[in-house]
Design a protein around this ligand. Structure first.
Ligand SMILES: NC(=O)c1ccc[n+]([C@@H]2O[C@H](COP(=O)([O-])OP(=O)(O)OC[C@H]3O[C@@H](n4cnc5c(N)ncnc54)[C@H](OP(=O)(O)O)[C@@H]3O)[C@@H](O)[C@H]2O)c1
Length: 273
C-alpha cells in the first residue's frame, strides 16, 4: 500500500491515477483548484487539498500539509498542467509566463518543498508528467514543448542528484490521451492570429481540433502504467505512454542520431589540437 500526493485530480490523467490508487487501497492526497473531485475513496483513503498551481505563496504550505496528513508520502506526482497552442511569434509575455508558472515553476517549487520530507524519509518517487511534446515537438506548440522540455531536463538531472538518498524520479511523457486536455476548458490558444503560419501552425491546430475526443490513449491504462513503475524495484527515469508517443520518440531519436553522424566531423573538429 502506498501514499500519494497528486496535483490536479479533478479531471483527466490525475483523476484516473487517483482512482486507480484508491481502488487498490492506497492513500491519496490530491489537489484541486475548486470543488470536490468525482472520486470513490474506498478501499483507499482520500484527502483533498485546494491548490492553484499559479499560487506560489500557498504551494509550499499545501505540500507540507499533504505530508502532515499522510505521515509519509511514497509518490509525488506533478500532474496538473495545460497546453498552449499557437505560433511562437505571436505568443504574448503573459501567455508564456502563465504557462511556465503552471507547467514548470509550480512543479519545481513542489519538488523543492517535498525534497526535505523525502530526504528525511530516505525514500520516495517523484513522477513528473511531461509530454511527448517535451521530447519530440511539432509545430504550433513550441512554448508548451519548451515548458515540458524544461521539466524533462530538471527530471533527468534531479534523478541523478537524489538517487544516492533513495529517491527515484521518472518523467512520464504521454502521447495523446482522451482527457479534457484538448477541450476549451483546458487548452489555451494564443490570442493573436498568425496568417503566415497556416501551413505549419494552422495545420497543427486543425489536427488537434480533429483529434479532440478521439485520442488513442486511455487514461485508465495510463494510470495502470504509472502504478507499475512506482511498484517496480528499478523504475525507469523516463516512460513514454501510448503508441503515438513511442513512434514520435523513435522518429526523433533516429533523425537525431542520423544528423549527429552526418555532422560528426564538424563536431570533432572543435577540440584543441
Ligand atoms: N491528455 C493528453 O493528451 C496529454 C498529453 C501530454 C501531456 N499531458 C499532460 O498530462 C497532464 C494532465 O493533463 P490531462 O490530459 O489530464 O488534462 P485535463 O483533463 O485538462 O486535466 C488537467 C488537470 O490539471 C489541472 N490544472 C490545470 N491548470 C491548473 C492550475 N493552474 N492549478 C491547478 N490545477 C490545474 C486541472 O484542474 P481544473 O479542473 O481545476 O482545471 C485538471 O485537474 C498535464 O500536465 C498535461 O500537460 C496530457
Amino acid at each position: 500500500m502506498k501514499t500519494w500526493f497528486i496535483t490536479g485530480v479533478s479531471r483527466g490523467l490525475g483523476l484516473a491515477l487517483a482512482q486507480a490508487a484508491l481502488a487498490r487501497g492506497d492513500t491519496v492526497v490530491g489537489t484541486v483548484r475548486a470543488g470536490a473531485p468525482d472520486l470513490v475513496a474506498g478501499p483507499g483513503v482520500l484527502h483533498v487539498l485546494t491548490l492553484d498551481m499559479t499560487d506560489a505563496q500557498s504551494l509550499p504550505s499545501v505540500v507540507d500539509q499533504a505530508f502532515a496528513l499522510a505521515g509519509t508520502i511514497d509518490v509525488v506526482v506533478n500532474n496538473a498542467g495545460y497546453g498552449l497552442l499557437g505560433a511562437i511569434e505571436t505568443a504574448t509575455d503573459d501567455e508564456v509566463a502563465r504557462l511556465f508558472e503552471v507547467d514548470f515553476f509550480a512543479p519545481f517549487r513542489l519538488i523543492r518543498t517535498a525534497l526535505p520530507h523525502l530526504r528525511t524519509q530516505g525514500r520516495g518517487h517523484i513522477v513528473n508528467v511531461t509530454s511527448i511534446a517535451g521530447r519530440a515537438p511539432g509545430a504550433g506548440s513550441g512554448l508548451y514543448a519548451a515548458a515540458k522540455f524544461a521539466l524533462e531536463g530538471l527530471s533527468a538531472s534531479l534523478a541523478q542528484e537524489v538517487a544516492p538518498i533513495g529517491v527515484h524520479v521518472t518523467a512520464v511523457a504521454p502521447g495523446a490521451f482522451r482527457t479534457d486536455f484538448l477541450s476549451s476548458h483546458s487548452i489555451r490558444k494564443s490570442e493573436a492570429a498568425a496568417g503566415d503560419y497556416d501551413a505549419s501552425v494552422g495545420k497543427a491546430a486543425q489536427a488537434f481540433d480533429g483529434m479532440a475526443g478521439r485520442q488513442l490513449g486511455d487514461p485508465a491504462r495510463a494510470a495502470e502504467a504509472i502504478l507499475a513503475i512506482v511498484d517496480a524495484k528499478a523504475p525507469p527515469r523516463q516512460l513514454l505512454l501510448g503508441s503515438d508517443a513511442l513512434r514520435r520518440a523513435r522518429e526523433k531519436l533516429d533523425a537525431q542520431i542520423a544528423e549527429m553522424d552526418a555532422w560528426e566531423a564538424a563536431t570533432l573538429a572543435t577540440d584543441h589540437a
